[in-house]
Design a protein around this ligand. Sequence first.
Ligand SMILES: [Zn+2]
Length: 92
Amino acid sequence: MENKLDGNAAAGPLQAIFPFEMTLVQATCTCCGTTNAIGAVAAYMHGMGAVLRCPVCDTALIRLSHTKGRYFLDMRGVRVLQINAEAQSTTV
Ligand SMILES: [Zn+2]
């Protein structure tokens, strides 16, 4: 079973991979071209990770799983990531 949440729910696993605050990063969907903050997209959490989906066309933007000591990151649904250099994580 998957639970539909928003992208903020995936902040933890994303923080383990990316050195910046991913919920504030803007992602452009490859399918429909809509740009949304990762924190605002639909997130489906499951036992091994999460699937982040475009709120407009439901394309899987980011698939993230954590298994056997590795992170698997499938970002084929993202055309562009816009990372605000001023909004980097301060938790380093
Ligand atoms: Zn889309």
